[in-house]
Design a protein around this ligand. Sequence first.
Ligand code: C2E
Ligand code: CA
Ligand code: CA
Length: 340
Amino acid sequence: MLELAAAKIQRVFHSPVDCIGTLLPYDVNAGFVIPNDRHTSSREMMQLAEGALRLAISTNESFVIVEPGEDAQEKPDPSLVPKIEQAVERGEFVLFYQPKISAAYGTVIGAEGLVRWLDPRKKKVIPPGLFIEAAEQSAVIVPLTEFLIRSAVSTCSEWDESVGIAINVPPKLLEKDTLLSVVSDALDFYAISPGRLTLEITERGELPSSAFQYLEGMREMGVKIAIDDFGTGQCSLMYFRDLPADEVKIDQAFVSRMRSSKKDRAIVEGIIQLSHLCEMTVVAEGIEDEKTAALLTELKCDTLQGYHYGKPVDGETFAEKHLNKLQSPESGGYFSRLLG
Ligand code: C2E
Ligand code: CA
Ligand code: CA
């Protein structure tokens, strides 16, 4: 049955797709998860399906089927690492930018930079879900993140001074003090004020003990620190207390359900109040509709982010769409500009 579904999906994408005047060829892979008698939440099922998809891509299979309890699918594919290393050298990684909006004023106050791999051979934009875990478990994450920090600061230096930039920094980077010099050199070179840069540190996974000291060093420099994906990882209040941070990002897992679930709404409200009491600002992620945005504003959330305000786009499109408000409809779209 699932084999038939996979074959059907492949037939649909058999021919290249016309995307704003550019014909994009598609390779289709599928990852399936079959429920069994193990107790597995819908979130875990999605993670297993994503793992199966990654396995299908890395082994060049059209589809992979897994069941809860099988663990092979969750391992990141180490064979991707040399390809990522080459791609870093060839400059195939770029940041896409998603707007962050002030809840009080409705203006764009910043952007989150999200990495994309532009594969010029396949003319494809590869999302981070397909490679970032493999990169984070190898040494290549260090040069990749350093490159992305310079790139983010460079792009931000072209924007109005009221607009900041946030970048994701994995725990591995917090084992070395080179991060401090990479950040301060970039800020000096592009002459932007440190308060415009935020480093997002995920709450998932363990932080090295050196992390706290390095993050404190960043804050002394004036750089802001955000706790990302709050509520989905360790979620320890000690972590919340001890991590030197300025901002808390509420994960979309709570935001997307807060209008339909009383518990999710209570959790969001509680995080906002607790963060404010601890003198931290709050960003809500994954806002997809006006009603959720209005509810978050009513609950005194400071900053709003999600597809409702804009999906991540390349730097040029971000500036046109979100900063100038002067859009150029004849520009042909970002795929054609990025991929030639
Ligand atoms: P994240 O840091 O939590 O980023 C938010 C993710 O949610 C992004 O996915 C974004 O495109 C997506 N998103 C934003 N608004 C909405 C919405 O309204 N609805 C839905 N359904 N999704 C929304 P993306 O770009 O695929 O990134 C996924 C994850 O990959 C990121 O989660 C982050 O953990 C990691 N990542 C992305 N860029 C980087 C990077 O430059 N470095 C590192 N180390 N990790 C990165
Ligand atoms: Ca983030
Ligand atoms: Ca997040």
